[in-house]
Design a protein around this ligand. Structure first.
Ligand code: SF4
Length: 212
């Protein structure tokens, strides 16, 4: 459970499955994901984060606080202060791995820019960001070019067993093994990543997660 230590929002510790640190916002605030959640056959329609937030209401309170802090940053355009706070919190933990949005998703291209600045400020940390926001990633590329080398943004397939997104890094939820993908085997380790860091690994193009 994250502590409220910054007006810009709070970095939390990973869960029992996932190593490192995490940044989470309200899972019901996803821009594209909220539309997909209403469509059967999409990964968002079976979103674990939304289910968990409904059962553990304290998570919703903390993650809505992070979302509101971000919205205040968008209103003030004080992106540099937000990035500095996130980078300082991540650095203070000593982690080598950080995940963006274990709950929720990118809110804007400006947020991806601010996250890229966090990655640049923490060059020894591996950052991973899964997203349904293809348009924001495309706009970022148009405006700023390549992402920092230590930030892997994985575009998520919009349907279960669907088409693998044509981006540098991607992920897909599957019901059967899919050729050319890295199969997530956390389930074979008691739902733990163990030594695997494929999601953060730039040489892994597509990660395939078995459907829950
Ligand atoms: S692919 Fe590896 S790093 Fe990614 S969630 Fe599965 S076990 Fe964890």
């Amino acid at each position: 459970m994250p502590r409220n230590i910054s007006p810009y929002g709070t970095i939390g510790q990973g869960n029992t499955k996932m190593p490192g640190t995490v940044y989470s916002i309200d899972a019901f605030a996803c821009v594209t994901g909220s539309k997909l959640a209403a469509i059967a056959g999409t990964p968002c329609s079976i979103c674990y984060a939304r289910k968990l937030q409904k059962f553990r209401t304290n998570l919703g309170v903390a993650y809505r606080r992070n979302l509101e802090a971000w919205r205040a940053v968008e209103a003030s355009k004080n992106y540099a202060a937000w990035s500095a706070s996130m980078a300082a919190q991540i650095t203070a933990t000593g982690t080598a791995y950080h995940r963006w949005f274990d709950f929720g998703d990118l809110q804007s291209t400006a947020q991806l820019r601010a996250i890229a600045d966090v990655a640049l400020a923490t060059p020894t940390v591996n950052h991973w960001l899964p997203t349904q926001e293809r348009g924001m990633l495309a706009e970022f590329t148009l405006l700023y070019g390549a992402l920092p080398a230590n930030l892997v943004v994985r575009v998520s397939a919009s349907t279960i067993d669907g088409t693998v997104p044509k981006s540098a890094h991607s992920s897909i939820v599957v019901t059967t093994a899919t050729a050319g993908t890295w199969p997530c085997e956390a389930r074979t380790r008691g739902n733990q990543c163990g030594d695997c860091r494929a999601c953060w690994e730039p040489t892994v193009k597509t990660v395939a997660y078995p459907k829950h």
